[in-house]
Design a protein around this ligand. Structure first.
Ligand code: ACM
Length: 533
């Protein structure tokens, strides 16, 4: 009799359930394929459904901005959402402030219970990264997703996670810079190194020196492929620059994505576009013209008072546009021939009691550093700034391998690793047969993935001076934004794990397995990338 009753009850229950079927009962639990790999993930047995119409719970002041960012993203996949102060029974994302045990900027916890998602952090940067991880678990289409019960505890390994872009050899419009920033944010990269001045073009409006853009932003033509000798030009004038209004727009756009922009104003070398505009800044009377081929030229700024006054004026406008603490002054590849021949340069060497032209470059950089410090900013330079002695508070970007970075860190200076054997995304990533023309080199996805930014040779007590790493994207051969994307993706994904994920949590085969899903997301965002063989 009892059995009969039980079976009757079950039938009734089933019938009720059948009348009101769980709309999402067929929905499979989604995979977790987040890049960069979070530091800690634990999964439970249960799952929950998040669907269109969900509630973004913002009980605490200040978190609205990140909730709005997510709401805007959800619209792109066709999901509506509402904001509330109360936590509903289900289908919600709850933003919380939480004092994090890991003090690194950007730490967050993400927990998925049977009812909803909670993202907790001590700052909007942390909440923002929690949102990026969540977005990578949301579907590209459809109205719902089934997520596993899960706890993520995550924080970046390095505070500096950089991507560089040379907009001088080829120029890229504001819309592309924004896309680049969007993709950086998606992979939790936080520093955009914007290479704005070069021999081949000056790309930032400076109000006090209008000729920098009137003359310096345009070259009469561009060398065809690698036709150095004999030189072949394409006969097509090429130019472009960003107005100060556009720069402000980009800096604000980056800030909304928790990205700091570091402008690079090259000196004393790679400056012939400026000399073309203001020849009096050179050591000879020129004539100078905006460079039409690639490489290095002997024409550099002369270390005159006129040059220092000019550079301080330029930097004053630059500082007003870029609120971040760092200003990059280049310092690389500055041949000393012009200074050797220049009576003025020789006179400065004598006056300052310097040994040679390398010490003169060091004097040049120290003077600029003094100026930057007076404006509360910090100087970064390529590793050539070690030659002739480092400026007292300079941060070094190590590009000719890691040697300069090690040397600077041993001297107690902060360094950013961008070694050209693994962090130059202008190098071939495959081929070169079958690949578009590149500058040379070879850096595979796996090379980038395997990179360890803290060199073994560095003393353990100096390891903290390695702030992080960055990939450089020099665009001599990248004429279009599509080509830039092809060179950057998916290598930036590998870099993002290298700079975010602790070394013991990195796993190449796990990373490879995540790529299928990552490529679907890149497709959805209209990003061009190279599919590994
Ligand atoms: C560089 O690649 N010349 C810094």
């Amino acid at each position: 009799m009892k059995k009969l009753l039980l079976s009757f009850c079950c039938t009734v229950l089933l019938a009720i359930c059948a009348c009101q079927p769980d709309k999402y009962s067929d929905l499979q639990i989604s995979e977790t394929a987040i890049v960069p790999q979070p530091q800690f993930i634990s999964k439970g047995e249960q799952s929950m459904v998040l669907s269109k119409g969900l509630t973004l719970v913002v009980q605490e002041e200040g978190a609205e901005k990140t909730a709005e960012f997510l709401a805007d993203y959800l619209k792109t996949i066709g999901w509506t959402s509402k904001v509330a102060k109360e936590v509903p029974k289900s289908n919600y994302i709850d933003f919380r402030w939480k004092k994090m045990t890991n003090a690194t900027e950007g730490a967050y916890d993400l927990s998925i219970s049977e009812n909803g998602v909670e993202i907790a952090a001590a700052s909007n940067t942390g909440l923002f990264y929690g949102v990026q991880s969540l977005i990578q678990m949301l579907p590209l289409e459809g109205e719902a997703v089934r997520l596993p019960q899960m706890n993520i505890e995550d924080a970046p390994r390095f505070g500096y996670r950089g991507m560089h872009l040379d907009v001088c050899r080829h120029f890229f419009p504001v819309e592309f810079i924004k896309k680049y920033l969007d993709m950086m944010a998606f992979y939790k990269m936080n520093t955009f190194h914007w290479h704005l001045t070069e021999d081949q073009g000056w790309r930032i409006e400076i109000k006090k020196y209008p000729k920098l853009t009137e003359i310096g932003s345009v070259r009469k033509e561009t060398m065809v492929e690698k036709n150095f000798d004999p030189y072949v030009g394409d006969g097509q004038p090429y130019g472009g620059f960003y107005t100060q209004e556009q720069i402000k727009e980009i800096v604000a756009y980056a800030a909304d994505r928790h990205i700091t922009v570091i402008p690079e104003i090259e000196m004393p070398g790679h400056s012939v576009a400026a000399l073309a505009a203001y020849p009096e800044l050179g050591c000879t009377s020129g004539p100078f013209e905006v460079f039409t081929k690639w490489g290095v030229t002997d024409d550099i700024y002369c270390p005159s008072e006129l040059t220092f006054a000019f550079l301080e004026d330029v930097l004053t406008e630059v500082i007003d546009l870029f609120p971040g603490k760092y200003i990059h002054i280049g310092g690389d590849e500055a041949p000393k021939d012009a200074w050797k021949k220049s009576p003025l340069a020789q006179q400065v060497i004598k006056r300052e009691g310097l040994k040679d032209e390398f010490e003169l470059q060091s004097y040049f950089v120290r003077r600029i550093e003094k100026f930057l410090i007076s404006k509360n900013r910090q100087l970064i330079g390529w590793d050539e700034i070690l030659e002739g002695g480092l400026a007292p508070e300079a941060t070094v970007m190590s590009w000719r391998g890691e040697k300069g970075g090690i040397e600077a860190a041993e001297q107690g200076h902060d360094v950013i690793m961008t070694p050209n054997d693994v962090a130059y995304f202008d190098h071939y990533q495959a081929g070169p047969e079958g690949e578009p023309l590149a500058i040379g080199g070879f850096t595979s996805l796996q090379d980038v993935y395997a990179y360890e930014p803290v060199p073994k040779e560095l003393s353990a007590d100096k390891a903290h001076h390695v702030l992080g790493a960055q990939a450089n994207v020099w665009t001599e051969y990248m004429k279009t934004s599509d080509y830039v994307e092809y060179m950057v993706f998916p290598r930036m994904l590998a870099l993002s794990e290298t700079v975010w994920t602790n070394a013991d949590k990195k796993d190449w085969s796990q990373f490879e397995n995540k790529l299928d899903w990552q490529f679907k997301m890149l497709d959805q965002r209209g990003v061009n990338y190279r599919k590994p063989d």
